[in-house]
Design a protein around this ligand. Structure first.
Ligand SMILES: [Fe+2]
Ligand SMILES: [Fe+2]
Length: 192
């Protein structure tokens, strides 16, 4: 093998490592979004100001279950990769992203999930199109990314269908902040 093909191969391996690290950080954050939402529900119920949350509870529990499966898939079925050094930061960011909107109300929460999942769907799409360009596309990684992506699309549509009010300007600004923040998180997680 020539020096150049060895260098190329190493750079492809690095690319896979970066993509796995970024998505693992994202799935970690996703699990904590729902844990944040559960904690917000606990606080709301404590002060007795929670209104008809049966469906929201089921939504949160079911999404949490799927996000845990995604995280498990990264940790047990994917090729070995270096995890992000700043995972606690992604945990905290996820928690806040679930906790704050859920405190503000169901519509804020569903709109937040819609915004996050919209970003995640696009991100998985970009990752898969990048990885298929490699001379030996890592089908084990791509297929699993696609499996997660299908769930995220379902989460996005489900969240959107639950938004019961007009999306207000503050909600739109928050949604934008969430998407910009997610994009920045991906860039950072790829590096550290
Ligand atoms: Fe996920
Ligand atoms: Fe999801």
């Amino acid at each position: 093998m020539s020096f150049y093909s060895k260098t190329l191969e190493a750079s492809y391996a690095k690319q896979i490592d970066r993509e796995l690290r970024a998505s693992h950080a994202g799935e970690t954050g996703a699990v904590w979004i729902y844990r944040g939402a559960i904690f917000a529900e606990f606080i709301l119920s404590f002060f007795n100001i929670m209104r008809s949350t049966g469906a929201t509870k089921v939504f949160i529990q079911e999404h949490l279950k799927t996000e845990k499966q995604h995280l498990n898939l990264f940790e047990t079925e994917m090729p070995l990769f270096r995890g992000s050094f700043i995972l606690p930061l992604w945990v905290a960011a996820g928690f806040i992203t679930g906790f704050v909107p859920r405190l503000l109300g169901k519509n804020w929460f569903f709109y937040t999930i819609y915004s996050v999942e919209k970003f995640v769907d696009t991100h998985y799409e970009k990752q898969c199109s990048k990885l298929v360009m490699q001379p030996n596309p890592p089908s084990n990684v791509i297929n699993r990314f696609k499996r997660c992506q299908m769930d995220e699309q379902h989460h996005r549509d489900e969240a959107q269908s639950q938004i019961a009010t007009k999306v207000t300007l503050p909600m739109k600004l928050w949604g934008r902040l969430v998407r910009v923040g997610s994009s920045a998180a991906v860039t950072i997680a790829k590096i550290i």
